[in-house]
Design a protein around this ligand. Structure first.
Ligand code: SF4
Length: 340
């Protein structure tokens, strides 16, 4: 069953921080703050229009829900209450900063039927967090994540790939430290450098060098695979294709089909491993590979990129077929095979 959110965006009005990647002016100038009547309108409309409301949460997104003025936070939570329960939505999801979590806040959230909390961890390297002016530490991420789990909320962690001063080692460490926290979900946001941000200054003055995109995509694919193996759901990878991003970005890791490209690499890695294993054991090279039916195009790759890569590097023409008994990212060699 697919999880759904009724998203209500809370712009970061009055946020006391200035993270190096964030352009608050653009965000706050474009969005009006929603109030109780807006919450009621959005929720009643969704209830009336949605055919299937199972596993659907009201989601207050936009960054730092627990850092907004207390009266305003309570106004929004209060307005959502009449839409939660039997025959209605299953709960409330919020996103916030790791340093804006306390027992007092969690008690309030619990009493208002909040079920899931997403934390903007961004990186687990303190030097990277500092260089990007996040205003919190990796230790605060760990402390808040543990407290959220202790209270029984579903935990989501958001990470940013490729922040200023982050190295491949920082990225690897962030991956395993996030997996160690055992969140239920992860969102991976590869950095996009927006105009009028500190990152834009660093980038334009040549201090901020980006990794090549062709190395970033397989790396994030591998991270996604590791999260999947650890039982952690990657609910987002890459930014939504939008005119806003395309007109406001100066550089960074953006592609309208970012997630798809990373998943293509997961399948290429799996197929290649099976072929290399057969070669090492002097066995027949499989020619037909089965994947979950809705993943055939992911395994084939954009413009058959994976099939072409295998043909070029392993000298075998392969076919991809569907098998509904297989899990996401699972690949097995199907019957047909040829001798080496
Ligand atoms: S990303 Fe940073 S600066 Fe931007 S709204 Fe969130 S906490 Fe504030």
């Amino acid at each position: 069953m697919k999880h759904k959110n009724i998203s209500i965006f809370i712009p970061h009005a009055g946020c006391p921080y200035q993270c190096a990647f964030c352009n608050q002016k653009v965000i706050t100038a474009q969005e009006k703050l929603p109030h109780a009547e807006d919450v009621r309108k959005i929720c009643s409309q969704a209830l009336a229009e949605m055919k299937d409301i199972s596993d659907t949460e009201i989601a207050f997104f936009g960054g730092s829900f627990t850092a907004i003025a207390r009266d305003y936070m309570l106004e929004l939570l209060e307005a959502a209450q009449e839409f939660i329960g039997e025959g209605k939505f299953s709960g409330i999801r919020i996103s916030t900063r790791p340093d804006c979590i306390s027992r007092e806040i969690l008690d309030i959230l619990k009493s208002y039927h909040v079920t899931a909390i997403e934390l903007g961890a961004q990186s687990m390297s303190n030097s990277v967090l500092k260089a990007n002016r996040r205003g919190h530490t990796a230790e605060q991420v760990v402390k808040s994540a543990n407290l959220i789990q202790h209270y029984g909320f579903s935990l989501g962690l958001q990470v940013m790939f490729g922040l200023y001063k982050s190295t491949w080692t920082d990225e690897l460490e962030t991956g395993w430290k996030i997996r160690d926290l055992k969140p239920d979900t992860v969102r991976i946001y590869p950095v996009v450098i927006l105009k009028n941000t500190k990152l834009a200054e660093y980038y334009q003055s040549g201090y901020y060098q980006l990794f090549p995109l062709e190395e970033v995509i397989p790396f994030i694919g591998q991270q996604m695979e590791q999260y999947h193996e650890a039982g952690i759901k990657v609910i987002k990878c890459g930014l939504h294709a939008s005119e806003f991003v395309e007109s406001e970005m100066l550089g960074g890791y953006y592609h309208p089909a970012f997630r798809e490209l990373c998943e293509n690499h997961i399948y290429l890695h799996q197929i290649n491993s099976l072929i290399v294993k057969a070669m090492m054991q002097n066995q027949k090279i499989p020619q037909v590979f089965a994947v979950r039916p809705d993943c055939i195009s992911k395994a084939t790759g954009q413009k058959k990129a994976n099939l072409n890569w295998i043909e070029q590097h392993r000298h075998v023409r392969i076919k991809i077929t569907g098998d509904e008994n297989l899990d996401l990212y699972e690949v097995k060699s199907a019957e047909e095979s040829v001798c080496i």
